[in-house]
Design a protein around this ligand. Structure first.
Ligand SMILES: Cc1cc2nc3c(=O)[nH]c(=O)nc-3n(C[C@H](O)[C@H](O)[C@H](O)COP(=O)(O)OP(=O)(O)OC[C@H]3O[C@@H](n4cnc5c(N)ncnc54)[C@H](O)[C@@H]3O)c2cc1C
Length: 432
């Protein structure tokens, strides 16, 4: 069988691995010049490790991606650390990533700290049943069970930050449960940076016979009702028995417009947020407390949602002794940040770094990079499982496995690997 996979991100590469092992001829089309998708990175000449374009770590509970790495025999390259995640309260940052830190947080009176720990730490962490929760808005459920004070202080800023004022009241509780249930304070990455993992995986696929066609944008796909699928690429049309698309639902609707109307409507009805992330290379450490992940409430006036000091997770020696800081935000498409220049955004962002470290000077910035994506975070509404388009599309030669289908889990490399492998399994079952 001839299979085309569109996208060399974690999902596409994982699917390619299983389909090739099963003896099929796989071609991966990737618009970028390198593999990795949203998980990819870049490297300056004096850095030993690459830096991810969008801040990134795995959790030690990410069984699918870590399992794939083990399966490939590269386990020794998994690096595990426990950096500090903090929340903001009255111009200061407090660690908020362990039972003692939750109990010590001054933003809540003592009995509420215990109540917060009980609901979030025990109920959401230990309860395995999520389905019923998708009938509730996280905003209502959390206000009711945590109480106004805890919700407003700790959890609401996360929801507003991720989904914006226009969406946060509509997000269902199962999505929030999944975050609390699956995440660990220990974080993992790959020796050399995540790009090293994607390069190594793509290299292995090449050895196995996969054709990896970088810098090749698929412009249109036509799947035929009687089977088979045709791709339009810049060099012409190419025909395959099966195509697997791993990008956004809106993109699939635009590119495969001969899908039946109800499936197209489902694709188009899904909402998502974009992301804008600026990466700074600084000559000095920013957080004197050594915080890795700063959660910033929008109403405190920061021009971004999250500040991540990568070199408080990994040593600056990997990056020529410099300090890597990300400032990022999830935004609705059409937000002004998408059209602002790097210079204008840098001007907007830099003054806020003084709130992290009052000694910060713009002269600490050695270099900066700006990354923008329109498809960064699916928006899971009430009873969202009904809205998810199936991996098997109604056209027999066309499959779809993207970030919007990993629900109730929050999008992540781990779930892209899981979904890519599930899609490969379905293709193998259907084309025995
Ligand atoms: C700001 C941000 C932070 C994140 N942080 C984390 C994190 O800390 N940990 C984590 O595990 N995950 C994180 N994620 C999520 C993670 O990046 C995604 O879950 C993962 O990349 C999804 O993989 P994928 O293969 O499904 O899609 P993608 O990575 O999006 O890959 C799809 C690929 O398809 C290609 N493509 C699209 N259209 C075409 C076309 N027409 N022709 C050819 N190629 C095409 C794209 O170039 C891309 O390479 C983050 C995401 C964002 C945006």
């Amino acid at each position: 069988m001839r299979v085309a996979i569109i996208g060399a991100g974690a999902g596409g590469l994982s699917a390619a691995y299983d389909l090739t092992r099963a003896g099929h001829a796989v071609t991966v089309f990737e618009a970028d010049p390198t593999p990795g998708g949203l998980g990819g990175g870049f490297r300056e000449p004096d850095w030993e490790w690459s830096v991810e374009k969008y801040y990134r770590h795995w959790f030690t509970s990410d069984r699918d991606v870590l399992g794939l790495i083990r399966e490939l025999g590269w386990e020794k390259n998994i690096v595990v650390r426990r950096p500090v995640t903090a929340i903001y309260y009255k111009e200061k940052f407090y660690a908020y990533d362990s039972i003692p830190s939750w109990l010590a947080f001054p933003g809540l009176p003592f009995p509420l700290r215990v109540w917060n720990l009980f609901i979030a730490g025990f109920f959401l962490k230990l309860n395995p049943f999520w389905k019923w929760m998708e009938a509730y808005a996280a905003d209502d459920w959390m206000r009711r069970w945590f109480g106004n004070r805890i919700y407003d202080q700790v959890w609401k800023p996360l929801l507003v930050g991720k989904f914006g004022e226009e969406n946060y009241r509509l997000i269902n509780m199962a999505w929030f449960w999944a975050r609390m249930h699956s995440r660990t304070p220990n974080l993992a990455t790959y020796q050399g940076g995540m790009q090293a993992f994607f390069d190594q995986l793509a290299g292995r696929l090449g050895e196995m016979g996969v054709r990896l066609r970088y810098s090749t944008q698929v412009e249109r796909m036509v799947a035929h009702p009687e089977g088979g699928c045709e791709l339009q690429v810049p060099s012409g049309k190419e025909r395959f028995d099966v195509c697997l698309a791993t990008f956004s639902p809106h993109q699939l609707a635009a590119m495969a417009s001969n899908l039946p109307a109800d499936y197209l409507a489902k694709l188009r009805s899904l909402r998502h947020m974009g992301a804008v992330v600026m990466v700074f290379e600084l000559s000095r450490r920013l957080s004197t407390q050594g915080v890795y992940w700063h959660n910033l409430p929008k109403d405190a006036g920061f021009p971004f949602l999250g500040l991540v000091e990568h070199t408080n997770f990994l040593p600056p020696e990997h990056f020529g002794g410099n300090h890597i800081v990300y400032c990022g935000d999830y935004l609705p498409l059409g937000h002004e940040y998408f059209s602002m220049t790097q210079e204008a955004l840098q001007k907007r962002f830099l003054p806020a770094l003084r709130r992290i470290n009052p000694e910060f000077q713009p002269s600490w910035v050695k270099k900066s990079w700006l990354f923008k994506t329109e498809y960064a975070q699916p928006v899971p509404l009430i009873r969202h499982s009904r809205n998810i388009p199936s991996v098997r599309t109604p056209l027999p030669g066309l499959y779809f496995a993207g970030m919007s289908q990993v629900y109730p889990w929050d999008r992540g490399t781990n779930y892209a690997v899981r979904l890519g492998r599930e899609a490969a399994k379905m293709i193998l079952e259907d084309w025995k």
